[in-house]
Every structure is written in C-alpha cells, then in structure tokens.
Design a protein around this ligand. Structure first.
Ligand code: BGC
Ligand code: MN
Length: 271
C-alpha cells in the first residue's frame, strides 16, 4: 500500500484487517494458528503521542502486520501527554517505558515516532547487545543520516540499558533535542550506537507540520551540558502520574501527566 492509500484509511477498516491483534495491541507467535512458535524477542513499542490520531491509525495499520511477520512477542503502547502544556517527548517516553517495564516481561523497547513507516520488513524491531538506531534513512531527509549521533525517529534499546542511561532527559520542552541528548548519553555511558544495513533501514515520513521548536539558545545550552547531566536528569527525576490506562483493540493507551515547563524556561524560550 502506498502512503496516499493509507491516508484514506478509516479506523473501521483497520480494525477489520487487524482482528488477529489481541486487546491492548499485543501479539505473540505462540498464537500463530498455522505454526505456533516461541518468541525470541519480547518487545514493547512505545509511541510518544499527542493530537496525531490520523498518523496513529496509519502507523498501526502498517506496523502490526510487520511485527507479526517478524515473529516478535510485542505490545504497542501509546504514551499520550495529557493537557495542553508544551510537549515533552523525553518525559513521555520515560513514563511510557516505566509503565511498560512494570507491566510486562518485555526486555526490548522500541521508541517510535508516530509519523514514521518502516519500508522493509527485514529491519528487525529487536534489541541487539547495543542500542540500535533503526530509522537511518528517512525520505524527507533524502534518505541520508544527517549526523552520526542522531538517534531520533526509531530507536531500540534493551530495558536494562535504558535504566543504565537513566532514560531520556526531562528538560526538553517543545520540538527537538531530546534525541540528540540521548545520543550523548549513549556515548557518555560507554554504550555505542549501532545501525542496521542502510538499505534495510529506510522510512517514509507521513507529511505534517512540525511543532514549534525549542529555541536554539535553550537547546544548545542543554546539549552542551548533557554529558555531565545525564545521571541527574532522567528516569530518576521524572515526576508523572498515570491518569488512565485503556486496552484498546490495537494499543495500550497510557494517558500521562508530566507537568508543565518551568517558568524560567518559558521566559527564555519566549525571546
Ligand atoms: C533536532 C533533532 C531532530 C533532528 C532531525 C535536530 O536539529 O535537534 O531533535 O531529530 O534535527 O530532524
Ligand atoms: Mn516527524
């Protein structure tokens, strides 16, 4: 299916096509009616989310069949930031991780932008010994990796390593930077960024308007200090509450409150 056809998809059609998905957005190859087998990977896919229902429907219709063909035991979590405060993708991914980590026996976590569609089934959603950046080539970036430390888009990390990295920074409010900070964390903590072969790791981005970026003044300052900050800013300093958890047919919905940006940041960002 091409992106234009996908764009016209209705939720009803998607639900009809994906009747085999278990409530909460799960599947295990042990459920395979033809050749049941034991999974080699137990994966939680964490989608940081807000206001992008149309993207979500497209991504779910695209991703579930791929994850099934990869014979993963997996659950899709939609980690939604509640309220109207500026988006904090890092905190949302941290909270989504903690909920998924506590609620399942997943050992592998894939943090996934809601607007990215993998183009090749052979790009495995699993966790090798080191963190793996799966979205190496994105069509809107000319299928070129813009810089080596980029881990934005789609990143797979083992749960124990995500704990070691102290998760993402909670300090990036607004678009951009939290992924670059993660790139530094990986380097700083002695882990390394790995990537699948380029020709397997291509993605199509669903077209959309970008959110307002965090000013360079703030982003730059945060990034310059990320190496020495990572132990003091992340999973261990996250304040959040789980407002609701629903098992929808195609995903587990986590509604999360991660608070509002600090006053001084709001002021700095306004200039
Ligand atoms: C931003 C990243 C983003 C990257 C690619 C950088 O300038 O800081 O957050 O992933 O551009 O779009
Ligand atoms: Mn995007």
């Amino acid at each position: 299916m091409d992106v234009e056809t996908l764009e016209r998809l209705q939720l009803g059609d998607v639900l009809e096509q994906l009747k085999w998905v278990s409530p909460g957005g799960r599947w295990s190859p042990t459920q395979d009616p033809d050749s049941p087998c034991l999974p080699r990977h137990k994966v939680a896919v964490v989608l940081p989310y807000r206001d992008r229902l149309h993207h979500l429907v497209i991504l779910l219709s695209w991703l579930h069949p791929i994850l099934r063909r990869q014979q993963l035991e997996y659950t899709v979590y939609v980690a939604e930031q509640a309220g109207n405060a500026t988006f904090n993708k890092g905190s949302i991914m941290n909270a989504g991780f903690l909920e998924a980590w506590q609620r399942s026996d997943a050992t592998c976590f894939v943090f996934h932008d809601v607007d990215l569609l993998p183009e090749d089934d052979r790009n495995m959603y699993s966790c090798p010994p080191q963190p793996r950046h799966l979205s190496v080539g994105v069509d809107t970036l000319g299928y070129k990796l813009p810089y080596f430390l980029l881990v934005g888009g789609v990143l797979s990390v083992r749960g124990d390593q995500f704990l070691q990295l102290n998760g993402y920074s909670n300090m990036y409010w607004g678009w951009g930077g939290e992924d670059d900070d993660m790139g530094y964390r990986i380097k700083q903590s002695g882990l390394s960024i790995t990537r699948p072969p380029y020709h397997l790791a291509k993605y199509t981005m669903i077209r959309h308007l970008k959110r307002r970026p965090l000013t360079w003044k703030v982003r730059g300052k945060l990034l310059r200090t990320s190496g020495r900050r990572y132990r003091l800013d992340g999973l261990n300093t996250l304040h959040y509450s789980l407002l609701a958890l629903h098992r929808h047919p195609l995903f587990t919905h986590l509604l999360l409150d991660v608070g509002t940006p600090p006053e001084n940041l709001v002021k700095l960002d306004a200039h």
